[in-house]
Design a protein around this ligand. Structure first.
Ligand code: GLY
Length: 353
């Protein structure tokens, strides 16, 4: 099976397939036929897939996984390797791994010689449904996630769902967290037709957990259709694209506070979703019945609400790049499958909770 989606703004394709890896590599070879290549590969993927992908060690730089490795040191390592291997403006960087690898490789590609091609081959569910598409590239600084980065679209995204067979359960569930996000923002996305993602996710939970290929492919396709519609309208996040940060304000703070070890990204942003759903119910932006359905959906996917001392997270949220002057920015549900941006001073948030 194969699906091809197109991102109009920079006219690049996203292929979603469950074909053999050899087909994905054939497609990559065609896309890069005349280019010198540098593959940035996560260490886990390198161990599991070096032979299956038929990689050439000469073209590969292996980097460790994990958010703490999305740093300046590894960014410079990529640039130095690209220079050593003599990559020019005509050449390409290929990221094979999860969001950390895709973000740092994309950032290096966007700055090396003022920008060369890069291709994303995401290997985690989270990177398949979100970070590999849309051109956000970044590295982190202490206590601030994605604080240095660019908007720089890839030349192509090649998604092969067979990578998910070796993804551990917790990371798979983390991807489900990001998928659930799209269910709450579908109405904002202005996609040309209703996808009924909220309803579909309510129905297909068991099939998704058992990794039924058709269901996985369809869910990735639905999420990306919504994301592409948003990115086509607002590539640089000056307006609409902010909705993709639903659940992320509190989520990022939890990730930072837990030093990226306590919560996966998906677990953290789902806690952020619980927080704003409860807030929206409290201030009567959403109905009790929608709130109940929303919480039931999150629970169905095995996510349970945890309680946090909001005061402990405020300082971190103030440093988030979504914060504007002295205000913290949240996306809060305001109707069924719809969210809106609200800005509050830290004291106002403390008064409310
Ligand atoms: N992950 C959110 C975005 O791409 O805008």
């Amino acid at each position: 099976m194969k699906q091809v989606l197109n991102v109009e703004i920079k006219n690049y394709n996203i292929t979603i397939t469950d074909d053999d890896f050899s087909k994905t590599m054939e497609e990559l070879n065609l896309l890069t036929a005349s280019q010198k290549r540098l593959f940035i590969v996560s260490n886990k993927v390198f161990k599991l897939y070096f032979d299956k992908l038929g990689l050439n060690k000469e073209e590969v730089l292996v980097l460790p996984d994990g958010e703490k490795n999305k740093n300046f040191k590894n960014y410079i390592k990529i640039l130095e390797t690209a220079a050593q291997k003599g990559l020019t403006r005509e050449d390409a960087i290929i990221a094979i791994g999860g969001g950390v690898i895709g973000d740092i490789a994309g950032f290096a590609a966007s700055t090396y010689m003022r920008g060369i091609d890069y291709i994303q081959i995401p290997t985690t569910l989270l990177s398949m449904v979100d970070s590999s598409v849309g051109g956000k590239t970044a590295i982190d600084m202490k206590n601030a996630k994605n604080i240095v980065g660019t908007f720089y679209q890839p030349k192509a995204v090649l998604i092969n769902i067979n990578f998910l067979k070796t993804l551990n359960k917790r990371q798979f569930k983390s991807g489900l967290g990001e998928i659930l996000k799209y269910a709450f923002i579908e109405e904002n996305c202005n996609y040309k037709q209703p996808l009924y993602l909220f309803e579909y996710l309510t129905l297909c939970c068991e099939k998704l957990f058992s990794q039924e290929p058709m269901t996985i492919m369809r869910v990735i396709e639905y999420c990306l259709n919504l994301k592409i519609a948003v990115v086509n309208e607002d590539e640089k996040e000056s307006g609409l694209r902010k909705i993709l940060n639903f659940g992320h304000t509190l989520g990022h703070a939890l990730e930072v506070r837990g030093k990226y070890r306590m919560f996966t990204h998906g677990e953290a942003i789902v806690q952020g979703m619980f927080f704003v759903l409860n807030w929206a119910k409290k201030v009567e932006l959403i109905s009790y019945s929608y709130h109940r359905l929303a919480i039931e959906l999150l629970n169905k996917y095995g996510f349970k609400e945890q309680k946090f001392k909001i005061s402990e997270l405020i300082e971190i949220m103030k440093k988030d790049k979504k914060a504007i002057s002295d205000k913290i920015v949240f996306l809060i549900p305001c109707d069924k499958k719809k969210v809106k941006e609200v800005k509050f001073r830290p004291e106002e948030i403390l008064e409310m909770f």
